[in-house]
Design a protein around this ligand. Structure first.
Ligand code: GRF
Length: 204
């Protein structure tokens, strides 16, 4: 059975594109991206999806209660038979309703080594704190911000001459790689969760 992925984004959409490339070239086998949903009108990720022939919807979040909004999004995902939800720069916290509807079937990518530097501008936070290594994290989503059991992380060295932009660019390359790996693992069911720990079982 081909697994159906739903992507939620608010902006640029490079992680969506990385997942779409991985689906297209077989690094995420037996899967398709069923829909891309943005809460923001004019998110570049929406145009990128349409250019690839993938259905893309804007469901505006402005002025809506969190759960009211999430019910609309979950209904759209359900209508399309989505099995796995990937947050890809989706700038909203999910309600308990959403998390319960898709528990352990929602992933997020964050540009730091969680639990360090959750929230906005993680790369700037890392530089300002003075860490020597940062990176990125793919994790299951729960009702808390940038929390939930960790599936994959990648480490990126901080250079003396880094700016938030140069560090973000090097982290982004790793995001694209580990997000595709994590999606494959989850779709293939090659993991088990014990408490906060996610154990990956080997292929084949
Ligand atoms: C990425 O840095 C991701 O880790 C964070 O938001 C950014 C989204 O970038 N959650 P893009 O829209 O995928 O290019």
């Amino acid at each position: 059975m081909v697994k159906r992925i739903g992507i939620l984004l608010s902006g640029r959409g490079s992680n969506f594109e990385a997942l779409a490339d991985a689906v297209a070239d077989g690094r995420i086998p037996n899967a398709e991206i069923a829909v891309v949903i943005s809460n923001r009108e004019g998110a570049p990720g929406i145009e990128k999806a349409r250019a690839r022939g993938i259905e893309a919807l804007v469901i505006p979040s402005k002025g809506k209660e969190r759960e009211t909004y999430d019910r609309e999004v979950v209904a759209a995902l359900r209508e399309r038979g989505v099995d796995l939800v990937c947050l890809a720069g989706f700038m909203r916290l999910l309600s308990p309703y959403f998390v319960n509807e898709y528990r352990t079937r929602i992933l997020n990518i964050h540009p730091s080594l969680l639990p360090a530097f959750p929230g906005l501008e993680a790369q700037r936070q890392a530089l300002e704190y003075g860490v020597k290594y940062s990176g990125c994290t793919v994790h299951f989503v729960d009702e808390h911000l940038d929390a939930g059991p960790i599936i994959r992380q990648a480490v990126v060295e901080v250079r003396d001459d880094d700016t938030p932009e140069t560090l973000a660019a090097r982290i982004l390359r790793e995001e694209h790689r580990i997000y595709a790996e994590a999606v494959r693992i989850v779709l293939e069911g090659r993991y088990r969760i014990e408490g906060r720990r996610v154990f990956i079982t080997q292929e084949g």
